[in-house]
Design a protein around this ligand. Structure first.
Ligand SMILES: CSCC[C@H](NC=O)C(=O)O
Length: 136
């Protein structure tokens, strides 16, 4: 189900709680909402649809991928950039890392550990920040 996008700074600055299998419907809603906004959005976190759980979805080129309880365990290659966000207007400067290692559960709640680079890594960092209540 496509959900409304949250713009309220207080809601967006709340740290998300770990997700469980009971949150599977949220994963589907987040994927649906990202697809509905794919013209101007490449990733979303559950708090952007009003759900305070650690779930993100990331456009990886072909299909959006869901990551549940993502944690960045390693980062390398800091660079300065600026980003926008569906929940905000305009762009803001931020520091990102070129390569990251991420622990997460996939949509079937199977544990994964993967390395990401480039723009996909940048999107994951933006969305994991949302899970921490950090908005660019
Ligand atoms: C380059 S990272 C930008 C991610 C952003 N998504 C919002 O959470 C978006 O504009 O899709």
């Amino acid at each position: 189900m496509i959900r409304n996008v949250v713009h309220d700074p207080t809601q967006l600055s709340t740290k998300a709680q770990p997700a469980t299998k009971l949150d599977a419907p949220v994963v589907t809603d987040l994927l649906d909402t990202l697809k509905a906004n794919s013209d101007n959005c490449v990733g979303m976190a559950a708090n952007m649809i009003g759900v305070n759980k650690r779930i993100i979805v990331v456009d990886m080129g072909i299909l959006p991928v869901a990551m549940i309880n993502p944690t960045i365990t390693k980062k390398a290659g800091a660079f300065q950039t600026s980003e926008g966000c569906l929940s905000l207007t305009g762009e803001r400067p931020t520091t990102r890392y070129k390569t990251i290692d991420v622990d997460f559960l996939n949509q079937n709640f199977q544990r994964q550990h993967q390395t990401f680079t480039g723009f996909v890594a940048q999107i994951i960092q933006h969305e994991v920040d949302h899970c921490e209540g950090i908005v660019i």
